[in-house]
Design a protein around this ligand. Sequence first.
Ligand SMILES: [Zn+2]
Length: 98
Amino acid sequence: MSPKQRRKLWDVLRPKLKKEFDALGITRCEVCGIGIFLGFAHRYKRRFIHTEEELRLVALLCAGCHEEIEFTGHLPMYERITSIIENREAGYNPSIHA
Ligand SMILES: [Zn+2]
């Protein structure tokens, strides 16, 4: 997947994921619980993502938590986001909702 394809796909996926998250009541930062400055966080930095499945594996984080997690480095970021996804009460894994 080229950067251009990834950007296009993400533009399509983002509003879909937003709807899925809203429907499940995941409307706050999944780390600290605040309800503002929210965005999706991936397990990898965007440039290392090459599949739709990985692009869909996101946690909803506020800007502060997102920055903090990104700052910890590749592996801790991967593990943290994976753990948030796996431990959701809703059992929701966005990669399996096509
Ligand atoms: Zn937060």
